[in-house]
Write a protein that binds this ligand. Structure first.
Ligand SMILES: C[S@@+](CC[C@H](N)C(=O)[O-])C[C@H]1O[C@@H](n2cnc3c(N)ncnc32)[C@H](O)[C@@H]1O
Length: 299
């Protein structure tokens, strides 16, 4: 029930943190603060400047904390997720972008240094986040984003429309399947950078409730021990990249050898490298299309 008077914000956040910790939420303090910031309409960094929370806002915070304690993803409650300096709208029906994908994004952006008017492809775009973040960081880029699931594509369209309303309409969305050999056929041999965060968790792997109950299953799990979609991505990259063009693919932390091996054994790629995240876990693999194609690699 709402208290009649404002209460100290610090106490409300402490209580929220306790409830979330008891529910097994992985980062209870951060989530408590982010929910409080959301309710109060301030950035999290400004919370120390707010001393009190009024009864209506305190009630709303308690309601959201209860939902988060039921393991509804934080981003479904706030309605957004951040990456690469932009925010995208997210909710039921679309994969919530993860902080670790920032590493793939940063690598991709670095690859574009010195490339004027780059052509960039984001396969398995989900909310559109990687493609939109690249478009935001590189106003001269032409960005194409591909998604198979109509529900996810609707979120990507919504996010693209938000950016278009702000004057940036350079992202082109495509309904498509990375298994299709003719995907984006008009761009064959022209792409400077291909990024992909595909479904890669081996089927049957135990995942937290936020993932199991709220991320679309086909956005998380892949057959063939988690490599089924990645195999197709490797083939599409070989067809779409220009000679010297770069591909970056996020993968399961158990695939630090398998994904580089797929790239290396294809024959079209050189400079195959795997990259670890900040915790030292294998996180994404990268390669460049050979400048001189071998007969085997034209794929
Ligand atoms: C892990 S989510 C990544 C979404 C986004 N790139 C991100 O980083 O937040 C994978 C996405 O790939 C899509 N997807 C799965 N299989 C696909 C396929 N064969 N072709 C195209 N998209 C696919 C899913 O619907 C989901 O939106």
């Amino acid at each position: 029930m709402a208290g009649a008077e404002a209460q100290p914000l610090r106490a409300a956040v402490r209580e929220a943190e306790r409830v979330l910790a008891d529910a097994g939420v992985a980062s209870p303090r951060a989530d408590a603060e982010l929910l409080a910031a959301h309710v109060l309409g301030v950035p999290r960094t400004r919370l120390p400047l707010v001393t009190e929370i009024d009864p209506v806002a305190a009630d709303e915070l308690r309601r959201l904390v209860r939902r988060r304690a039921e393991r509804v993803p934080l981003q479904h409650l706030t309605g957004w997720a951040a990456m690469g300096g932009i925010c995208v709208a997210v909710g039921p029906g679309v994969f919530v972008p993860r902080p670790e994908t920032e590493l793939l994004f940063a690598w991709g952006l670095a690859e574009l240094q010195g490339v004027r008017r780059p052509v960039v492809v984001d396969l398995c775009t989900g909310s559109g986040v990687l493609g939109l973040a690249v478009a935001n960081a590189r106003p001269d880029a032409e960005v194409h984003a591909v998604e198979r699931d109509p529900a996810a594509l609707a979120w990507a369209r919504r996010n693209a429309n938000i950016r278009a309303a702000a004057g940036d309409s350079r992202i082109r969305l495509h309904a498509g399947d990375v298994a299709d050999p003719d995907l984006l056929a008009d761009l064959a041999g022209m792409v400077d950078l291909l990024l992909c965060n595909p479904p890669y968790v081996p089927e049957g792997t135990a995942v937290p409730p936020e993932v199991a109950e709220h991320d679309p299953e086909h956005a998380v799990f892949a057959g063939d021990g988690g490599l089924a979609v990645i195999r197709d991505v490797v083939d599409r990259a070989a067809r779409l990249l220009r000679p010297g063009g770069a591909v970056g693919i996020e993968h399961d932390d158990g695939h630090g050898e398998a994904v580089p091996a797929l790239l290396a054994s294809h024959g079209a790629f050189t400079e195959v490298t795997d990259h670890a995240d900040l915790a030292g876990r294998p996180r994404f693999a990268t390669a460049h299309l050979r400048r001189t194609q071998t007969p085997h690699s034209a794929g």
